[in-house]
Ligand binder design. Structure first.
Ligand code: SAH
Length: 540
């Protein structure tokens, strides 16, 4: 008998690969991808890569919605629900759906909360795919059992406090007559972590105590762990059900019972962050919101992204085309915004040129954000003023030798720069790159119509007031962003908007419009803007 490697043995024992009907497409692979516990940053790199090339994404309510934007724009997004017992699709139907999508030739990502094989019914999906001979892969995820605990300041193990962790489900299969948990054994374990820990919390606590667990054992319930909406109840095992009820916590929540839960208060870092529990409106344009939103989220904020303005490149733009063709005629190039830098360089590339077209041209920018936009194009600014406003840029340029200067910027920009530059002796050619216009917010204040789910019509004053009541702060990154936000809010309600401004020019504009500016960045960068927001909520 010839010996087989385990690999060969597995191949022989596997069913033949599925074939679709004659002439049908080659079946796709189903990837059972762990979406992580809720914070989109906790998706694995492999998961992100697969989402990036999925034809179909089958997701449920625990996978962070932001993750869907990683899938290609044209891909199918299929929601299969699953909130406790209220399933949108039955498990059998989900299994069938995965198979059908794969047989239609699609690359399928089955995005599952946490880890696919930790109480996620991933095994059932995999078994069904194997039975049908459809190829699948499992991409492990960060399970909420570990992550929600960590973000509540609870290490599941500790050398002196817990040498075992037991992971259980708090909701057993419906219809089971008696619990399959050995409560006496569980009561003796170091740390007990229960997913679906909210639904039957009083029974779980009761069973543990009846089996001999000390009712004084530290315990915690963590709802929506790792997300901006995380809420934690901490009490003794005996008191926890009452506290959870009082606080109104419910699924999805992780229950942790054991001495380690007592470390939670001391080791909390997550809910202590300055902007934790605050909702911050970011009105930057879609392409630019990333860095500010990420910084605010890092400080704990729930970030609501609504671009107040849209950047519309001017096309056709003969003035720009002419200037780009004759770049060598200029000694200086001045760029006054990140968008401007990007649009300018794209027009250089579009003209069949590259960074070398700027050989010998000194580049001045308004601030580090604009400078950063030049890097991908192989360029670095020569002049970055100490303060990121036109006046400071002028002061820096006054140290340069005057000559022909190209000023490329927004169409509706202030006159300060061209006039100041001319006064300094530069021969200024100003070309507009883009104009800004108020973005339409589809749900607010909804020129589009009424909210389907009742509640005030967002188009009415009550609707706007309602929206503003849900926001702790609005960030304003430019005067035009202030105008864009104000355009969405009736004048008599503007005082309700607590705004943090990126600098004095923006502050002045915002105040003139009736917005209530409560803080200003020390310097005009998104980091300083986020810091100014955080400084409004000092932790004691
Ligand atoms: N496979 C998932 C668990 C699925 S069972 C995992 O590995 O995390 C669903 C349960 O997971 C929820 O009822 C809740 O108990 C837990 N859960 C999921 N996300 C959670 C979160 N962000 N915070 C707390 N618990 C969470």
């Amino acid at each position: 008998m010839t010996s087989r490697t385990p690999e060969e043995a597995r191949k022989e024992e596997s069913p033949a690969p599925a074939r679709s009907a004659a002439g049908g497409p080659e079946p796709g692979v189903v990837y059972l991808v762990g979406a992580g516990p809720g914070d989109p940053g906790l998706l694995t790199r492999r998961g992100a890569e697969l989402l990036g090339r999925a034809d179909a994404v089958v997701h449920d309510h625990l996978a962070a919605p932001e993750l869907l934007s990683l899938a290609p724009p044209g891909s199918k997004k299929i929601y299969v629900g699953k909130t406790g017992s209220r399933h949108t699709l039955r498990q059998d139907d989900i299994n069938r759906l995965l198979a059908e999508e794969a047989l239609a030739g699609r690359t399928v990502v089955r995005l599952k909360g946490g880890d696919p094989y930790v109480f996620g019914r991933g095994a059932e999906e995999a078994l069904e795919l194997r039975r049908r001979g459809i190829r699948f892969e499992v991409v492990p995820g960060v399970t909420s059992a570990v992550a929600a605990a960590a973000c509540a300041g609870i290490p599941l193990t500790h050398r002196d406090l817990a040498s075992q962790v037991v992971l259980i489900t708090g909701r057993e299969k419906p219809g089971k007559s008696s619990s399959s948990h050995d409560w006496a054994a569980l009561a003796k374990m170091g740390t007990l972590a229960a997913v679906m820990g909210a639904e039957n919390l009083p029974e779980i606590a009761g069973n543990l105590i009846a089996a001999g667990k000390d009712p004084g054992t530290p315990a915690a319930l963590v709802q929506w762990g790792t997300t901006a909406g995380q809420r934690t109840a901490r009490a003794s095992l005996g008191d926890l059900p009452g506290l959870v009820k009082k606080l109104g916590l419910g699924p999805p929540a992780l229950l942790v019972v054991g001495e380690v839960a007592g470390l939670g208060r001391e080791l909390d870092w997550f809910e202590e962050r300055p902007l934790f529990g605050k909702t911050v409106l970011v009105t930057r344009t879609a392409g630019q919101a990333g860095k500010l939103s990420a910084r605010l989220a890092e400080l704990g904020a729930r970030v609501l992204g609504r671009p107040a303005i849209e950047i519309v490149p001017i096309t056709p733009n003969p003035g720009l085309a002419e200037a780009v063709k004759n770049l060598r005629a200029f000694k200086h190039l001045v760029l006054t915004s990140p968008n401007g830098a990007r649009i300018f360089m794209e027009s250089v590339l579009a003209a069949g040129l590259d960074a070398r077209a700027l050989f010998g041209v000194r580049i001045a920018v308004i601030g580090p954000g604009t400078d950063a936009q030049l890097r991908p194009f192989g360029l670095k600014a020569d002049v970055v003023p100490p303060e990121f406003i036109a006046e400071s840029l002028l002061a820096s340029l006054s140290r340069e030798k005057p000559g022909p200067l190209l000023l490329a910027r927004a169409e509706e920009a202030r006159d300060v720069l061209p006039r100041g530059l001319a006064d300094l002796g530069f021969e200024v050619a100003a070309v507009p790159l883009y104009r800004t216009r108020d973005a339409v917010w589809p749900d607010f204040p909804a020129a589009a119509g009424r909210t389907p789910g009742g509640g005030p019509d967002p188009g009415t004053e009550a609707g706007v007031a309602d929206f503003l009541a849900g926001i702790d702060l609005a960030t304003l990154t430019s005067a035009s962003a202030a105008r864009g936000l104000a355009a969405h809010v009736p004048e008599n309600l503007r005082g309700l908007v607590k705004a943090v401004s990126i600098g004095p020019v923006t502050t002045r504009e915002a105040r003139a419009l009736g917005l209530d500016v409560v803080a200003e960045a020390r310097q005009a960068t998104v980091e300083h803007l986020a810091e100014a927001a955080a400084s409004l909520f000092p932790r004691t």
